[in-house]
Design a protein around this ligand. Structure first.
Ligand code: FES
Length: 147
């Protein structure tokens, strides 16, 4: 069986929503200190809906595929729904990732949350601090990494 699904390969080779939104309403970044990969998400929000989303990812193929899929999953969705996106949902939408690459999808979840937090902060919108303060536990991913 191939290590990567057709969907992972498709989103890696033809990533959707690559780029920058100059007048973004929220910008968020997430990085993995172990592999050094970085993902940045730009959100445009109108009427509480993600009207546009772009990403820049300096990272592995799984990180690029995860970014691409994650942006597709939240585009056109209500802000609340985007805030609830999990790396598990991203991984499932990609038809899976190898165990040692699951942390790449965590970057997408973290970057989107950071961008939404930035949006709330910029617009003075109240939110539950715990929701964003609760750092995603990447320990198991880090432990699973070969390097
Ligand atoms: Fe670092 Fe994939 S995000 S190896």
């Amino acid at each position: 069986m191939a290590l990567y699904s057709d969907k992972v390969m498709d989103h890696f080779r033809n990533p959707r929503n690559v780029g920058v939104i100059e007048d973004a309403d929220g910008v968020g970044e997430a990085g993995n200190p172990v592999c050094g990969d970085i993902m940045k998400i730009y959100l445009k929000i109108d009427n509480d809906t993600i009207s546009d989303v772009k990403f820049e990812t300096f990272g592995c193929g799984s990180a690029i595929a995860s970014s691409s899929m994650a942006t597709e999953l939240i585009k056109g969705k209500p802000v609340e729904e985007a805030a609830s996106l999990t790396n598990k949902a991203v991984t499932e939408a990609l038809d899976g990732l190898p165990a040692h690459k699951l942390h790449c999808s965590v970057l997408a979840e973290e970057a989107i949350r950071a961008a939404l937090k930035d949006y709330y902060d910029r617009h003075g919108i109240a939110y539950d601090e715990n929701r964003f303060a609760a750092a995603i536990d990447c320990a198991h991913c880090h432990d699973a990494m070969p390097n």
